[in-house]
Ligand binder design. Structure first.
Ligand SMILES: Nc1ncnc2c1ncn2[C@@H]1O[C@H](COP(=O)(O)OP(=O)(O)O)[C@@H](O)[C@H]1O
Ligand SMILES: O=C(OP(=O)(O)O)[C@H](O)COP(=O)(O)O
Length: 402
């Protein structure tokens, strides 16, 4: 596996009185009232933060939330403050920005063992561009860098990659280390048959992963918003479902590649369609080839659930990223919840290794109370898939060697 896992660790760093820039992934699902609907990523960030607090560091937390274009109040990290404060047992302070004079003043006021949360780093377009000047500004706040944002380690952004060039030491946090230790081991030499289940809505960033997955897996099950690009590429009408028009050729070539490699690429045979994107939409089950105009596919159908379940019975390792449907709406949660139950059953009764990755996928598994039945709950969906592909994660590469 190409990704290095021997990175410098927190335990080697001198922390007392030091200002530590900690990149965490607090990209949690929020409801319309900005309540956190799943706090897995917040809980996962706690051990590193508590360790830093306990060693007298001044902790500066940085994260993104969502994919804002400029400053967008609904993507503020403010809703995270009460949850973080409760989990850490201290009053976490929050800055209204992530760089600038006011932030510097607040950083200077952090007591030893104190925690300051910076505002969403993606409010600056320079973050995703990995702009060196922006990275320098972030770095100027601190004495050393800790990257614990495994879920964002596949992004070469200023706060995940660029900043490491200007802060030494730059080390991995405990979550990052734990994820690498588990995932690099589990996916470099998986027990076979090995299946991947890929769904969700980040189609353009995940469809490319499928090509490399075809080199690794014996079976690839597709669901969620991923499927309609494949249907359309096969000439089906998809109504108003989520489609990436510029990926149709890629979808066609992936179907061909799967066939030539002998990988079972399975698309749902039926879908649950809705007349609008809403919890109270009218819905019906239709064959994959029969999505009516004006309707959108929001879940996989019962035949598909049955066929997928039977296919998974023969596997020994399963990695799942991306919900099978819009599980946030009860009416369209059946595909995702049944898949979660199937994996839990295979894991606990047949010893199948089950790895669930991604903010929303983990939220879905938590929602049905099955997280502790899985072999590994990963805070990264895209990141775990890229590891599985054998890619190096920029957020890990940028850290000091062990
Ligand atoms: N058919 C679909 N159409 C639109 N969105 C979908 C569909 N199926 C699933 N989704 C959405 O995908 C989102 C999660 O996608 P993604 O971010 O890729 O997963 P993860 O966070 O687990 O990596 C969920 O909010 C879910 O509602
Ligand atoms: O939620 C995330 O990724 P995931 O949905 O693949 O698990 C990470 O926070 C990265 O977010 P991004 O895909 O907007 O860069």
């Amino acid at each position: 596996m190409a990704t290095k896992r021997s990175v410098g660790t927190l335990k080697e760093a001198d922390l007392k009185g030091k200002k530590v820039f900690v990149r965490v992934d607090l990209n949690v699902p929020l409801d319309d009232n900005l309540n956190i609907t799943d706090d897995t990523r917040v809980r996962a960030a706690v051990p590193t933060i508590k360790y830093l607090m306990g060693h007298g560091a001044k902790v500066i937390l940085s994260s993104h939330l969502g994919r804002p274009k400029g400053v967008t109040p609904k993507y503020s990290l403010k809703p995270l403050v009460p949850r973080l404060s409760a989990l850490l047992g201290i009053e976490v302070k929050m800055a209204n920005d992530c760089i600038g004079e006011e932030v510097q003043i607040m950083v200077a006021e952090i007591p030893e063992g104190g925690v300051l949360l910076l505002e969403n780093v993606r409010f600056y377009k320079e973050e995703e561009k990995n702009d060196p000047e922006f990275a320098k500004k972030l770095a100027s706040l601190a004495d050393l860098y800790v990257n614990d944002a495994f879920g964002t380690a596949h992004r070469a952004h200023a706060s995940t990659e660029g900043v490491a060039k200007y802060l030494k030491p730059s080390v991995a946090g405990f979550l990052m280390q734990k994820e690498l230790d588990y995932l690099v081991g589990a996916v470099s030499n998986p027990k076979k048959p090995f299946a991947a289940i890929v769904g969700g809505s980040k189609v353009s960033s995940k469809i490319g992963v499928i090509e490399s997955l075809l080199e690794k897996v014996d079976m690839l099950l597709l669901g969620g918003g991923m499927i309609f690009t494949f249907y359309k590429a096969q000439g089906y009408s998809v109504g108003s479902s989520l489609v990436e028009e510029d990926k149709l050729d890629l979808a066609t070539s992936l179907l061909e590649k799967a066939k030539s490699k002998g990988v079972a690429l399975m698309l749902p045979t039926d879908v649950v369609v809705a007349d609008k994107f809403a919890a109270d939409a009218n819905s019906k089950i239709v064959p994959a080839s029969g999505i009516p105009d004006g309707w959108m596919g929001l879940d996989i159908g019962p035949d598909s659930i049955k066929i997928f379940g039977e296919a998974l019975d023969s596997t020994k390792t399963i990695i799942w990223n991306g919900p099978m449907g819009v599980f946030e709406f009860d009416k369209f949660a059946v595909g995702t919840e049944t898949t979660a139950k199937k994996l839990a059953e295979l894991s606990s009764e047949k010893g199948v290794t089950t790895i669930i990755g991604g903010g929303d996928s983990v939220a879905a598994v938590e929602k049905v109370g099955l997280a502790d039945k899985m072999s590994h709950i990963s805070t990264g969906g895209g990141a775990s898939l890229e590891l599985l592909e054998g890619k190096s994660l920029p957020g890990v590469l940028a850290l000091d060697d062990a």
